[in-house]
Write a new protein. Sequence first.
Length: 437
Amino acid sequence: MVDRYFESSAGELFIGKCAVSALAAAYGTPVFVYDGGIAERKWSLLRKTLPLRFSISYSVKANPNPAFLQLFLAKGCGLEIASAGELFQALKVGCPPEKILFAGPGKTEAELEFALSQNIGEIHAESFTEIARIGGISRRLGRRTRVALRINQSSEGQGGAMRMGGKPAPFGIDEENLEEAVDRVNADPALEFRGVHLFTGTQILDHNILLTQYRQGIGIARRAARRAGHPLATLDFGGGFGVPYFAHEQDLDMAALHAGLAVLVESIRDDEAFRETAFLVEPGRFLVGESGIYLMRVNDIKVSRGKKFLITDGGMHHHLAASGNLGQTIKRNYPVAIVNKLNTPATETVDVVGPLCTPLDVLARGAVLPAAEIGDLIAIFQSGAYGRSASPLGFLSHPTPPEVWVDGAHHQLVRHRGKLSDFVQDVCSLELEPKNP
C-alpha cells in the first residue's frame, strides 16, 4: 500500500505531501485521513475502463463525507442514495436532482415523498408494495414519477464477499416476477417505467464474475423491454467493484474488464431494446476505499500471559469493519503498520486493540510489527469506505473522530471531532416531570 499509493521519508508515512506526525499534531488522534489524489486516480482508472456509453453514480453509503461528493460531482458523476439523509446530503452539496438515484429496501412513505417532491432522476422500486406506494404518493403530489425496477437475479454468475441477490433476499423483486412487476408499473399512469437495476454482490475481485452478471443482466433487461413494449431508458448494473484488503487478494483486472465490456457493448449495438438505453454503474468502495487511513496513537503496551497488546486511542467504535465485525466470518487483518517506523524491521507479533470494554475491540490480531513504543502512530489502511459512518460511534460515549482531506501539501478538516459535551447534552436533554408531593 505504501509503495503503491503513498510516500515515505526517514521511515515516516506521508499522505500526499503531508507527514503523518504533522497531521496527528494538527488534528489529534484517532482521525480518518483521506488522500484526494488517490480518489482522483481511482476515478480516472474506472472512467478509462468503462465504455463511453456507461455513466457513473457514486454510492454515497460508502463514504458520505461532502469532500468525496463534491469531488465526484465535479467529474460529472451522479449520486446513488439509500435514505432521506443521503438525499439531503446530496442536495446540500449541489447535486442536480436529476442526477440522483434512490435505491434500497424498506423506503418509508416520508422518504419517498421527500424524494418525489425533489423530482430526482429515478426511484428504484424493490417490491410490489413499493410500486403501489410510489404510485399513490405521485398522484397525491400531482406528478409522474420515473421508476426503475430492482431485480433479484437468479443464482447464475453470483460472487463477491457479500451476496445481495441470487437467493432469497430483501433486495429487489425476484427475477421470476419480472413481467408482473413491469405490468404493475405500466398500469399506473402516475408512473413512468424507465429500466432495470441489477446488483447482486459487493467486493468482487474477479472480472469474469462481473461480466457474467452483466451478460445475464442484458437478458433480463431485454425481457423487461419486450414486456414494456419500448426500449429501456436505463440499465443499472449496480456496483460490486472490489479492492484487495487481505494478503491473498488480487486487484480487479481492469484491462480484462475493459476488453470484456467492449465485446458486450458491441454485441447489443443493433439491439432495438437498447437503442436509447443509458448504462450505469454505482461504485463506492472502489473509488474511495484505498484513499483513506485510520490513524491512531499507541496509548499503552501490556503483556498478558505471554501475548503483547498495543492499546490505542482508536477502536471498533470508529472502524467496525477493521475489527472484523462488519461481514467477516473469520477475522482477517486490514493492512496495518506503525507509520513512524516504516524502515524498522518487524520483529514482534502483537494484537492491536482499542480502548473499549469489549473483547470485540481488536483491530489487528497476530500482526507482525516493529517493536512499538507508547506514542507511536498506527495506521489502518483501506479505510476510506465503510469506516466512520458504518461504525457504532455512540458506543461507550467516546468523542467521534474527525475527518481530514489531503490534497498534495494542503490539508483541511472536513468533519470536526465530536465533543464529550455533545453526549452529556444528549443524555441530559430529557426533562422529567416533577412528581407530586
